[in-house]
Design a protein around this ligand. Structure first.
Ligand SMILES: [Cu+2]
Length: 159
């Protein structure tokens, strides 16, 4: 008799496990370039007091690929985008374009941050992988309104 009970329980458990994920559409995961191949090291970056703190970054060499693991320990949303001066400029143009399309009342109300950036709510984590090329300087920047202007950026010298 106890056999039957065990089987019934098992069936219930399996059903629950399957019923996990539904709805929500097909949005690609943001900023999740997996670094399985080629990333030479990982650096932890804390977003706190409207700044980036990357303890243990050390010297960054040209050609080096680094995976940055961000944790937002602040009380407000933050963003992270990595790029040299040209990439930052391009990102800003895209951001502006997206803001304009919002003004037209066009779409689904999502936060359309351009490709390559991550957006983290308080307590959230995320990662970005970046390969440093020939530039002498690369920035990690937050473009949440007013933050870049307030100094939320980390300038990384590249040797
Ligand atoms: Cu920020």
């Amino acid at each position: 008799m106890s056999h039957v009970h065990k089987l019934a329980l098992l069936a219930v458990t399996v059903t629950l496990a399957v019923a996990g994920c539904s709805g929500g559409g097909s949005e690609a995961p943001k900023g999740t370039e997996k670094a399985e191949g080629g990333s030479s090291r990982t650096v932890k970056v804390e977003m706190v007091d409207k700044s980036f703190k990357a303890a243990g970054l050390g010297t960054v060499k040209k050609g080096e690929t680094i995976t940055f693991k961000f944790t937002n320990t602040d009380k407000v949303d933050h963003e992270a985008f990595i790029g040299d001066a040209g990439e930052q400029l391009k990102y800003n143009e895209e951001l502006q374009k997206n803001a304009d399309s919002h003004a037209d009342g066009g779409d689904d109300g999502h936060d359309h941050h351009p490709e390559g950036a991550i957006h983290l709510a308080p307590g959230a984590t995320g990662e970005l992988t970046y390969t440093f090329s020939d530039n002498d300087e690369v920035e990690i920047a937050c473009y949440e309104p007013g933050m870049y202007e307030a100094g939320m950026k980390l300038v990384i010298p590249v040797k």
